[in-house]
Ligand binder design. Structure first.
Ligand SMILES: C[S@@+](CC[C@H](N)C(=O)[O-])C[C@H]1O[C@@H](n2cnc3c(N)ncnc32)[C@H](O)[C@@H]1O
Length: 246
């Protein structure tokens, strides 16, 4: 089954409930569907664990929506087997070695998941965001149990949210394994806008992604300071360190 497909259906509130149920089995990732905007239909998708984002091509009442299942952690708290995989243990080590040796006072990890990469690093103030309520709960508990509750907080939030700026401004923004079309659809400009809201001139952004999955690149307000490619599972992974210059 392809990871992305389009349907031209007009859903009633009732069929949308059944449709959500079917989608969970068909495709857990990313679905584009022209929907008639209707609060009941929207509510059905959201209560079924899908996150709905309107694409830029919205036309009058018919909108193209991207639906994302918000909780990949429901069946397992380690859905991709990071905790035991030697390649993931290596990527975690590479990340901490690659981190610029500056004293970052405010750090944001977007799509933090269970914090596999960043939860044990020594940051003064750390905020993680993720769309998965299960991952958010896990990581908040982890910080509470490690005595970091006052300085390390995790919120359920999407990088596509219109109120993204509310989380504040950061010296360092980390995004690992999130800027893929299967999570973000065609919403590049929303991601760029939101990143500009949570960074200042001089802020550092670190992106770590599978090269072959064509992650987003940032616009010209960021310059790349460093980049490194290394083998990861059956792919190549790239770490890119960028600085905001305007
Ligand atoms: C492949 S996992 C990577 C987790 C972690 N960053 C790491 O590298 O170990 C992708 C994460 O992005 C989160 N995610 C997906 N779409 C998102 C969005 N729109 N906003 C924030 N987080 C998102 C998922 O819930 C998941 O935790």
């Amino acid at each position: 089954m392809s990871k992305k497909f389009c349907l031209g259906l007009l859903l009633t509130a009732d069929t949308s409930r059944r449709y959500c149920h079917a989608l969970k089995y068909l495709d857990r990732r990313h679905v584009c569907i022209p929907l008639v905007l209707c609060h009941k239909i929207k509510a059905n998708f959201e209560s079924s664990g899908f996150h709905i984002c309107r694409s830029n091509q919205t036309k009058q009442r018919i909108a193209r929506m991207s639906l994302f299942n918000t909780d990949e952690y429901l069946e397992s708290i380690d859905p991709w087997g990071y905790e035991e995989n030697p390649d993931d243990l290596l990527r975690k080590e590479y990340f901490s070695n690659f981190l610029p040796k500056e004293n970052f006072s405010r750090v944001l990890d977007i799509g933090v998941g269970t914090g596999f990469v960043t939860r044990d690093l020594d940051f003064e103030h750390f905020i993680g965001i993720d769309i998965s309520p299960t991952a958010v709960k896990f990581l908040n508990n982890y910080f509470e149990n490690s005595g970091k509750k006052e300085t390390h907080k995790v919120f359920q939030k999407s990088i596509l949210d219109s109120d993204f700026a509310d989380i504040g401004v950061f010296d360092l923004v980390i995004i690992t394994g999130v800027l893929y079309p299967h999570y973000l659809g065609e919403n590049r400009s929303v991601v760029a806008d939101n990143l500009s809201k949570v960074t200042n001139m001089g802020s550092i952004v670190i992106l770590v992604h599978i090269s072959e999955w064509k992650p987003f690149t940032l616009d010209s307000s960021f310059v790349e300071l460093d980049r490194w490619l290394y083998p990861y599972r059956t792919f190549m992974h790239e770490i890119s360190v960028l600085k905001r210059i305007k």
